[in-house]
Design a protein around this ligand. Structure first.
Ligand code: 3HC
Ligand code: NAI
Length: 693
């Protein structure tokens, strides 16, 4: 007994062998962990003094899965299945002791143990689907044998973690252990199994829960239908379903073979590569090279919000959700009442779905103080301005804040396009000024662009990133430029979309191409949703753009029942002959030759223009790394995860192909369009964005 290798240890507690894994941060099943567990199990089996084995982990969690960094590389033996076979085939009972999260390969290992004990705070899940995969080490075959087909389908296609109590109820866990006493409880459990001569319960041999679903194809068809919208475009959910179907319809070994085949196909495909890229991108995005982890942060105990409009109210909700008190300032009482009323209504809506109780709503609302006096913000640690998008108003507000708010506080703006360096000139402490660009609706959308201005201090940046994480957002640190990262790239796409309207494409042709690519909607449907009259002033409208004419005809988007599209009562969109005629008139006047534009051209022009803008953003160091741009577009604009974000997608197309196409389209792209030198250089060197260091 003793250390098996640097990450696995075998100890004796009387006649129970305790095999523990210590491989921070998450005890992932690296080659060393696999080899250590295998050797440890074999040693314990061969040791006559051992009557049972407990598998447990040190640190914050049970095994959280296969080691994703090893994916795509040649397998170093032993394989996970070899380890699992040794455990499941052991003639001595093996008990998994679970704390933290037993995920993916980690749960699959636990499913090969004969019993499972968990602390109440533990969670179990098979989240492979989120990496574009399915559980490839028996999970799809063993899980439904324990929890039944319906719950297994739900778990493998959503990747949801279930807590220990639910796992106990479902039969996934055999006993709960008191918090903090897992090791002793698991050992006691193992002793009980030995003393009572309980059988070795091998999950692979159980059949009653599968039998209940046999010859009922409607279970699977119903599940597919109910989730069609959610699964649109993704391969992995369907593959997971097929693997569970195999569990029901085939022997254990044949089902395992199906699982293995489907797993290999997914692993070799682009979708999983993209989803694994996103997994790492969403972790890398938090790292700011010149703002190290030890940078001092400012404690944020109270937040001030200026403006209780669309954004202010939504932003405030994020802080109330984590118990931080908010002072919200408006110019008029009715605007304040309206704003707070919307917040309450949003919370009340969550009581209908059961996410909040009325008591929760009251508790959150009590954290709000509404006021018409800016002076009330004097003691706030962070103030976020969300007033009208107008430089003069913003500078006026910041100038006043400078005189009111205590030193050391953060002064943030939610501007979507204004120059934050200019806003910072209104204060005597520009190091305190930062952009916190939330997306609408701000209580729902996960993305925040944290915008670093010229003088923003590192501590203000570190605090903002940390705070974004605390309120459950994903934050990308970006620099100042018109539109920052997200909207600047959106604008590059809009330019192409609008240009194509003048060449013969209709809004629905363009939207369809973008929707079929996997985004939730195309640019024109998105405009209709947001409202075409944002920034439109009736008195100044001169019928000089398609948008102006639409607004003049009271076609202002979904809210007026018509915009680019016509809408019925249920807000279903239909192509509009009125819009079509307006566009044709504009196109005729423009003198541009009209032609049929293919779906391929629509996609290439829209997406490659976005990629080109992304490259410029990198050149200008507005984004830290290409994968940050991917994170922005996935979380802020619904770019399909299975395509990895625009920059990852560019790599899959090949950068030289992107450049070649942009050159071919040439003048069609617009007179101001230029190809990014960085993009050209990478293409010429045969490199990818992922290769940038
Ligand atoms: N492999 C390699 N590294 C992993 C990892 C894994 N499975 N899971 C997490 N990490 C790394 C992260 O990249 C991160 O590294 P960093 O500090 O260098 O950025 C570090 O561990 C900590 O991760 P988090 O920041 O995510 O820590 P949290 O405490 O917030 O979350 C967690 C912990 C819930 C375990 C979360 O990391 C997670 O969900 N991990 C992925 C779990 C997963 O997908 N497992 C299935 C893998 S596929 C599989 O098992 C295939 C099998 O069926 C054959
Ligand atoms: P809004 O018009 O809904 O709300 C602005 C609110 O600010 C109004 O209620 C107004 O009464 C109040 N206000 C104006 N001047 C004020 C002052 N001096 N003191 C206190 N309150 C004042 O506008 P919205 O949409 O919430 O936008 C706010 C900011 O957020 C803008 O800078 C906008 O560009 C930005 N933004 C908007 C997004 C959106 O989708 N609506 C998305 C991201 C950013």
């Amino acid at each position: 007994m003793g250390a098996i290798n640097p990450v696995v240890d075998l100890a004796a507690d009387g006649d129970i062998a305790v095999l523990s894994v210590n491989h921070p941060p998450v005890n992932a099943l690296s080659q060393q962990v696999r080899a250590g567990i295998l050797a440890g199990v074999r040693q314990a089996i061969g040791d006559p003094a051992v009557r049972a084995i407990v598998l447990i982990c040190d640190g914050k969690t049970f095994i959280a899965g296969a080691d994703i960094t090893e994916f795509g590389k040649p397998l170093q033996p032993p394989s996970l299945v070899e380890v699992e076979d040794a455990i499941e085939g052991s003639g001595k009972p093996v008990v998994a002791a679970i704390h933290g999260t037993a995920l993916g390969g980690g749960l699959e290992v636990a499913l090969c143990c004969h019993y499972r004990v968990a602390v109440p705070s533990a969670k179990c899940g098979l989240p492979e689907v989120n990496l574009g995969l399915l559980p490839g080490a028996g999970g799809t075959q063993r899980l439904p044998r324990l929890v039944g087909v319906e719950q297994a389908l739900d778990m493998v296609t959503s990747g949801k973690h279930v807590d220990a109590k639910a796992a106990l109820a479902a039969g996934l866990v055999d006993e709960l252990a008191p918090e903090g006493a897992l090791r002793a409880s698991a050992i006691a459990f193992a002793r009980k199994v030995v003393a009572e001569h309980r059988p070795l319960r091998r999950v692979r041999d159980q059949d009653d829960k599968l039998a209940a679903a046999r010859d009922k194809p409607e279970i699977f068809e119903g599940f597919r239908k109910a989730n069609a919208k959610k699964f649109r475009g993704f391969l992995a959910p369907e593959y997971n379903i097929q693997a569970i179907e195999a569990a029901v319809g085939k022997s254990f070994d044949d089902g395992l073979a199906v699982e293995r085949k489907l797993f290999s196909e997914l692993m070799a495909g682009t979708q999983s590569a993209a989803q694994r890229h996103v997994f790492f991108a969403e972790r890398a995005v938090w790292k700011v090279p010149d703002v190290p982890d030890e940078t001092p942060t400012i404690p944020i105990k109270s937040v001030g919000i200026i403006g209780a409009g669309t954004m202010g109210g939504g932003i405030a909700m994020n802080f109330a959700n984590i118990g931080v008190p908010i002072t919200i300032v408006e110019t008029k009482q009715d605007a304040l009442d309206r704003g707070l009323g919307v917040v309450r209504k949003n919370y009340e809506r969550s009581t209908k779905s059961g996410r909040l109780t009325m008591a929760d709503v009251d508790r959150r609302m009590q954290l709000f103080t509404g006021t018409l006096e800016l002076d009330k913000l004097a003691d706030c640690d962070l103030v976020i301005e969300a007033v009208f998008e107008n430089m003069d108003i913003k500078k006026d507000v910041f100038g006043r804040l400078d005189r009111i708010v205590k030193p050391g506080a953060i002064l943030a703006t939610n501007t979507s396009a204004l120059d934050i360096n200019q806003i910072a000139t209104a204060v005597t402490r520009p190091e305190a000024v930062i952009g916190l660009h939330f997306f609408s609706p701000a209580n729902v959308m996960r993305l925040v662009e944290v915008v670093r201005a010229r003088s923003t201090s590192k501590s203000v940046i570190a605090t903002s990133m940390q705070l974004a994480k605390k309120i459950g957002k994903i934050a990308a640190l970006v620099g100042v430029c018109p539109g920052f990262v997200g909207n600047r790239i959106l604008y590059a796409r809009s330019q192409q979309a609008n240009a194509m309207l003048m060449e013969g494409a209709m809004p629905w042709d363009i939207d369809k191409a973008i929707y079929d690519f996997g985004l939730p909607m195309g640019p024109f449907a998105m405009s209709d949703l947001a409202g075409l009259d944002i920034g439109w002033i009736p008195e100044k409208s001169k019928s000089s753009t398609i948008r102006e004419v639409l607004c003049e005809q009271n076609r202002r988007g979904q809210k007026t029942g018509a915009g680019f599209y016509d809408y019925d009562e249920q807000r279903n969109a239909k192509p509009s002959p009125v819009t079509e005629q307006i566009i044709k008139d504009f196109a005729a006047r423009s003198g541009r030759p009209q032609r049929q534009i293919s779906g391929q051209e629509i996609l290439e022009r829209c997406l490659y223009a976005q990629i080109n803008e992304g490259a410029k953003i990198l050149e200008e160091k507005i984004a830290i790394r290409p994968s940050d741009i991917d994170v922005v577009w996935i979380n802020g604009y619904g770019w399909p995860v299975y395509r990895g974000g625009p920059m990852f997608y560019a790599d899959t197309v090949g950068l030289s192909q992107v450049v070649k196409k942009l050159e071919e389209y040439g003048p069609l792209l617009g007179k101001d369009f230029t190809i990014s030198p960085l993009l050209r250089q990478l293409a010429a060197d045969g490199k990818r964005f992922q290769d940038m260091k």
